[in-house]
Design a protein around this ligand. Structure first.
Ligand SMILES: C=C1C[C@]23C[C@@]1(O)CC[C@H]2[C@@]12CCC[C@@](C)(C(=O)O1)[C@H]2[C@@H]3C(=O)O
Ligand SMILES: O=C(O)CCC(=O)C(=O)O
Ligand SMILES: [Fe+2]
Length: 355
């Protein structure tokens, strides 16, 4: 059975101070100011409304929006969150039993981005890819069914919603339904790859010196994020788009809404029309925050490249096609420079001026 050494893990929930291993340099915590101004308001889009696609078009460069009217039952969001809290409240030695087996990403451990930073993050995470049973049965050998049932239901609801969102986002780029069928991404989603990341951010004795989740973009097409009510944490980098110099803007929980984050693969698919969103999570002195990130990507063997009709509009393809596993492999080496490494040169001057 795989094991993670206890020595390298630290029980954050009982910590009275932030140890050196988790103390981040001020320069990385304050690389940009954290601000909340009128221009920072994250767009709220009722995706069941008649203008959803045009509203989405308006926030392409922002890379993040709240979705309301999403149809995911509030009861499910509530119950899954309770199960996630139950999961993280297990003692550390039990959670460590669920270290990923070789060749699998599912289990308890540090997410890949952690290896690119010299300090540890003030968070814990479980990654679930596919069937939750192998992980849940290690944690609760006699009592895993409720967790598994809810996670399965959550996957189904999220996949339905992701398909709707991808369709709306493609419509917002001017693609019609016919073209979408030809292009494939929506149809292909019936056998999409999806991954759940369960994040826990225990209350922190010195939140000014700790980092919940370091700055990153998500690699998938889209992330659908549910965050617990009442505790701020998620921040997105706003740069330009009329909101002044680059700064971190808060994305506080909005009751009933889900946060939609554009990933690198959607930036590639849209030939740069949508921008993936750089984001991070801060921690709180008083509250234990949890978040559930659902990542949707193409089937493993499908290459994502710029959609034909978006390439023809006076600009060449900006990216070379990649599969999700291939792109994850590139990120494992290059992290933040992965997108640049699949970028092709040669965007025409006209396109730059007109877009
Ligand atoms: C499918 C995946 C996306 C992810 C890497 C992973 O294999 C499983 C964990 C995911 C996650 C969650 C936290 C942030 C992130 C950047 C990370 O390091 O691990 C994402 C990865 C990603 O989006 O590439
Ligand atoms: O907890 C959050 O708000 C952010 C989580 C996140 O960015 C991720 O899981 O990729
Ligand atoms: Fe993320």
């Amino acid at each position: 059975m795989p094991s993670l050494s206890h020595d390298h893990y630290f029980d954050l929930s009982s910590a009275l101070h932030v140890p050196d291993s988790h103390t981040w340099p001020t320069s990385s915590l304050h690389d940009h100011p954290t601000a909340t101004g009128e221009a920072d308001a994250i767009p709220i889009i009722d995706i069941s409304g008649p203008n959803a696609a045009s509203l989405i078009a308006a926030c392409r460069s922002c890379g993040v929006f709240y979705a309301t009217g999403h149809g995911v039952p509030a009861r499910l969001l509530h119950d899954v969150e309770l199960q996630v809290r139950r999961l993280f409240s297990l003692p550390l030695h039990r959670k460590l039993l669920a270290a990923p087996c070789s060749g699998s990403v599912s289990g308890y451990g540090r997410p890949p981005l952690s290896s690119f930073f010299p300090k540890l993050m003030w968070s814990e995470g479980f990654t679930l890819s596919g069937d939750p049973l192998p992980v849940a049965s290690k944690l609760w050998p006699h009592d895993y069914s409720r967790f598994c049932e809810l996670i399965e239901e959550y996957y189904k609801e999220m996949k339905k919603l992701a398909e709707r969102l991808i369709k709306l986002m493609l419509l917002s780029l001017g693609l019609d339904e016919d073209e979408m069928d030809r292009v494939g991404p929506v149809k292909e989603l019936l056998r999409a790859t999806d991954v759940l990341q369960l994040n826990s951010y225990p209350a922190c004795p010195d939140p000014e010196r700790a980092m919940g989740m370091a700055a990153h973009t998500d690699s998938a097409l889209l992330t659908i994020l549910h965050q617990s009510d009442g505790t701020d944490g998620l921040q997105v980098l706003r740069d330009g788009e009329g909101s002044g110099p680059a700064h971190w803007a808060g994305v506080p929980p909005l009751p009933g809404a889900l946060v939609i984050i554009v990933g690198d693969l959607f930036q590639i698919l849209s030939n740069g029309r949508f921008q993936s969103s750089r984001h991070r999570a801060a921690v709180s002195r008083a509250d234990h925050r949890v978040s559930i990130a659902y990542f949707i990507g193409p089937p493993e063997d499908v290459k994502i490249g710029p959609v034909g009709s978006l390439v023809d509009q006076g600009r060449g393809p900006e990216y070379r096609p990649v599969t999700w596993p291939e792109y994850l492999g590139i990120r494992a080496h290059l992290f933040d420079s992965a997108l640049a490494s699949v970028t092709l040169c040669g965007m025409t001057e006209d396109a730059e001026k007109n877009d």
